[in-house]
Design a protein around this ligand. Sequence first.
Ligand SMILES: CC(C)(COP(=O)(O)OP(=O)(O)OC[C@H]1O[C@@H](n2cnc3c(N)ncnc32)[C@H](O)[C@@H]1OP(=O)(O)O)[C@@H](O)C(=O)NCCC(=O)NCCS
Length: 118
Amino acid sequence: MENSLSTGVDIVLIKRIEDILSSSKRDKFLEKIFSKNEIEDAKSRKDEVRFFSGRFAAKEAVRKATSNNINSTKLSFKSIEIFNHRSGKPGVNLKNDLAVDISISHDGNYAIAFCVVQ
Ligand SMILES: CC(C)(COP(=O)(O)OP(=O)(O)OC[C@H]1O[C@@H](n2cnc3c(N)ncnc32)[C@H](O)[C@@H]1OP(=O)(O)O)[C@@H](O)C(=O)NCCC(=O)NCCS
């Protein structure tokens, strides 16, 4: 895979995340998928459902983009941490030295994320 790029994209129906967050599965879902920093970050957001939907799409996109690079095994959701730079641009913390870039967008009922890995 040297000198080549790999991409991943994921789209999330925001209602699906809303249903989980308003159900008894909420705590298990948050604990399994998101880091402490991400859960803390959500508290300062206007719309946690929209926020977690974008983060979920971002993690799926990273898992797709990296699945060929790391022994064909998909990374766990929790090992992928999404944050925002001061500019607002999202970034990815990964426990390996892959160069990763991510973009997230939301509109209406959907959140989408696109990831590029080198
Ligand atoms: C910031 C901006 C990209 C958001 O676009 P939008 O259509 O309102 O909303 P979208 O749902 O498509 O995008 C939101 C996501 O864009 C990403 N984003 C925010 N700022 C960004 C930037 N400077 N560069 C790239 N991506 C950015 C974030 O991931 C954000 O979601 P998150 O906060 O949950 O991580 C758009 O308003 C813009 O280009 N603004 C000009 C720059 C600006 O005003 N920056 C303000 C911060 S100083």
